[in-house]
Design a protein around this ligand. Structure first.
Ligand SMILES: CCCCCCCCCCCCCCCC(=O)SCCNC(=O)CCNC(=O)[C@H](O)C(C)(C)COP(=O)(O)OP(=O)(O)OC[C@H]1O[C@@H](n2cnc3c(N)ncnc32)[C@H](O)[C@@H]1OP(=O)(O)O
Ligand SMILES: CCCCCCCC/C=C\CCCCCCCC(=O)OC[C@@H](O)COP(=O)(O)O
Length: 271
């Protein structure tokens, strides 16, 4: 009897994959999380053996372990502006944030000694949380601004002391509304406090292959554009809003361009 059920399931799986895009969506999402969890199980002992604990150098291990994942999902990543990452010393990378799939693009271009700022809930994400901690990810409590500010002020000092680069998602949350959300200020305070440049990175819209509401997850292309660095030397906290607006405007223009979208004067964005 068990064999009959097994055979039925084996037949049902390709049938569902062939006929139901909703099934494909849930299967791919499940597989993405499961595969990352599995990679983390393999990666954790490697990190521990190589560096003995929490160390930004562990990001190299994550980077090399995650690079093949795009092929499993039929995703192609096209990068432009590599030359803008040829910057010595610490800097802050800012990018838009659409989904946990951003990790794939991130690992495609992640410079050495670069870690990220993440919500504290991620540390509890099983093996993925543990490997994130081992790779020096800085966890913040978004609900307590004062705590988040002090963690980020410490990060500004650590960046300089230990020559570390930090990747921040200034929208502060995942967003797939076809445009950028207004930016939170933390990334810009961080760069000004450390007096380091900001390098904006823009991911094109995922709407041609990944739609959360419509339950669609197809093959597709992610365009990643690295923009020229923005210097912060000599700037003070008074200029943070201006810096944030300037970055937002540059990134929004690039986002629309690489996503093939046009902004209507008062209406929604259209392909
Ligand atoms: C091998 C297997 C691998 C497995 C796989 C591994 C994957 C390995 C990659 C993982 C990758 C993870 C990816 C995670 C991705 C996320 O978790 S995204 C979510 C977490 N990140 C963030 O939220 C970062 C952005 N947020 C911020 O920076 C926010 O500003 C803060 C710090 C949270 C504060 O938030 P807020 O209070 O809501 O907002 P905001 O309006 O910015 O600030 C309020 C006031 O405080 C001031 N302020 C803000 N920040 C500061 C500051 N630092 N200093 C002084 N004043 C400040 C502002 O200026 C503002 O004052 P006004 O200008 O209005 O007077
Ligand atoms: C105890 C088990 C919990 C299981 C949780 C599964 C964790 C995800 C596992 C594999 C995915 C690999 C990529 C992990 C990094 C993605 C982090 C991420 O995208 O976090 C969301 C955060 O940016 C914004 O969150 P909100 O949209 O504000 O909320």
């Amino acid at each position: 009897m068990d064999v009959v059920w097994m055979l039925l399931l084996l037949l049902l799986f390709p049938l569902l994959m062939w006929t139901s895009s909703t099934f494909v969506f849930y299967f791919k999402k499940f597989f993405y999380v499961a595969w990352m969890m599995f990679l983390a199980i393999v990666g954790i002992p490697i990190c521990l053996l190589k560096s003995g604990g929490r160390d930004v150098e562990n990001m190299r291990i994550i980077r090399s372990m995650v690079r093949h994942v795009k092929y499993l999902f039929g995703l192609r990543i096209e990068v432009s502006g590599w030359e803008h990452l040829q910057t010595e010393g610490p800097y802050v990378i800012i990018s838009n944030h659409q989904s946990s799939l951003d990790v794939l693009g991130m690992m495609e271009i992640l410079p050495d000694r670069c870690t990220t700022i993440a919500k504290k809930e991620l540390v509890y994400a099983g093996t993925v949380g543990l490997i994130c901690w081992l790779a020096g990810i800085v966890f913040i409590n978004r609900k307590k601004t004062s705590d988040a500010k002090s963690v980020m002020a410490d990060a500004a000092k650590t960046m300089l002391d230990e020559q570390i680069r930090l990747w921040v998602f200034p929208e502060g949350t995942r967003n797939q509304n076809g445009d950028l959300l207004p930016f939170k200020k933390g990334a810009f305070h961080l760069a000004v406090q450390a007096q380091v440049p900001i390098i904006p990175v823009v991911f094109s819209s995922y709407s041609s292959f990944y739609l959360r509401k419509e339950k669609q997850f197809k093959s597709g292309v992610i365009r990643l554009r690295i923009l020229p660095k923005i210097e912060t030397k000599g700037l003070t906290s008074d200029e943070v809003s201006c810096l944030s607006d300037q970055s937002h405007s540059l990134m929004r223009t690039a986002f629309l361009e690489i996503s093939g979208l046009v902004a209507k004067s008062n209406g929604p964005l259209k392909h």
